[in-house]
Write a protein that binds this ligand. Structure first.
Ligand code: PLP
Length: 362
């Protein structure tokens, strides 16, 4: 595959090559149906199999059972920012939000429309270079849920482990690190993720919801904005993004064939480790944004000695087929997104480029 580049975009992001190849083979005639998945009715048996296989695969990878359900929705993670409080807050109820970045702030902004919100912690004063320590969290005693962002895509920080909130269900935005490592899902009432970072192309939003938590939801809401509607109809109340779900299924099959979440976590450690090593060994030439204890394995944010060199770095890396390294404007500098689908060779190529660039541009 001579003309494939190493794609470090934050999202939509790189997909595993075997997934794209399989989709290409299937494109005109899926499973001897004589049709593309793009064309099959969402009520047809051929689609129904894909739909339920995808759900089963996701549950198996996350090691969750019948007490959890998986939904395939639309509107992105951004719609979940509103759907979560719409369903689980009322004017009498309270929710705790932990503010670790721009996405968490957006989530909280929607929640205040529906109920009482307690900001349990924020690291904004430090430009979100870390996630809070458990001792810093000021939790309410009676919150309906506590919301956190597992990986902060823009700032390059990630919870290394999740705090213990007792019986209060965690609601987590896992858009940029879902399925990157094993974790105990049992403490989570609801997990949501826009697919376009670590799961599939843009257009499907995965929601994983614990049954007992789902039962506490408000009933009086517009049909499409109620989780209950989608739970009752198996995400088939209206037309789901069927081709995206098919691609998600292929990504999940690829994950299974590559050792599941345990193996993925090891590979992600190795890939991010190579790039952090270049930062740490550069005697301050490269400056990482995230504090060591909060470093993300998915999005690596760093700066160079000045903006001229940053521009040069981006121009020269692009020329070498290392694409999408420009950082988000709120952090500046560079960001390398190394999701599950980034091959080890990509991380090696970037690390080697960083070493050469530093030597040649003192
Ligand atoms: C990208 C991203 C979002 C926004 O997702 P959309 O699907 O575009 O709404 C929300 N949260 C996090 C953590 C993200 O990385």
């Amino acid at each position: 595959m001579q003309n494939r580049v190493f794609n470090f975009y934050a999202g939509p992001a790189t997909l595993p090559l075997p997934v794209l190849e399989e989709a290409q083979r299937d494109l005109l005639n899926f499973n001897s149906t004589g049709m593309s998945v793009l064309e099959i009715s969402h009520r047809a048996k051929a689609y129904d199999e894909i739909h339920h296989e995808t759900e089963a695969r996701l549950k198996k990878l996350l090691k969750i059972g019948a007490d959890f359900r998986v939904l395939f929705l639309q509107g992105g993670a951004s719609t979940q920012f509103a759907m979560v409080p719409m369903n689980f807050l009322t004017s009498e109820k309270k929710a705790d939000y932990i503010i670790t970045g721009a996405w968490a702030k957006k989530a909280m902004k929607e929640a205040v429309r529906f109920g009482q919100v307690n900001m349990a912690a924020s690291t904004e004063e430090e430009n979100f270079k870390r996630v809070p320590n458990p001792e810093e969290l000021k939790l309410s005693s009676d919150a309906a849920y506590v919301h956190l962002t597992s990986n902060n895509t823009i700032f390059g920080t990630q919870w290394q482990s999740f705090p213990d909130f007792g019986d209060i269900p965690i609601v987590a935005d896992m858009s940029s690190d879902i399925l990157s490592r094993p974790f105990n899902a049992q403490k989570f009432g609801l997990i949501y993720a826009g697919a376009q970072k670590n799961l599939a192309p843009a257009g499907v939003t995965v929601v994983i919801i614990r049954q007992d938590f789902a039962e506490t939801a408000n009933a009086d809401l517009p049909t499409m904005l109620k989780y209950e509607t989608h739970l009752k109809s198996d995400s088939l109340y209206n037309t789901p993004p069927s081709f995206n779900i098919y691609l998600l299924n292929l990504v999940l099959k690829w994950l299974e064939n590559n050792g599941g979440l345990e193996e993925m976590a090891k590979k992600n450690q190795e890939k991010a480790g190579l790039i952090y090593e270049e930062i740490d060994d550069s005697a301050g030439y490269y400056r990482g944004h995230a504090e060591a204890g909060s470093r993300s394995l998915m999005n690596i944010t760093f700066r160079l000695p000045n903006e001229e060199l940053e521009k040069k770095f981006i121009a020269e890396s692009t020329e070498k087929g290392l694409i999408g390294l420009k950082g988000h404007r709120s952090v500046g500098g560079l960001r390398a997104s190394v999701y599950n689908a980034m091959p080890l060779e990509g991380a090696k190529a970037l690390a080697a480029f960083m070493r050469d660039f530093r030597r040649n541009n003192k």
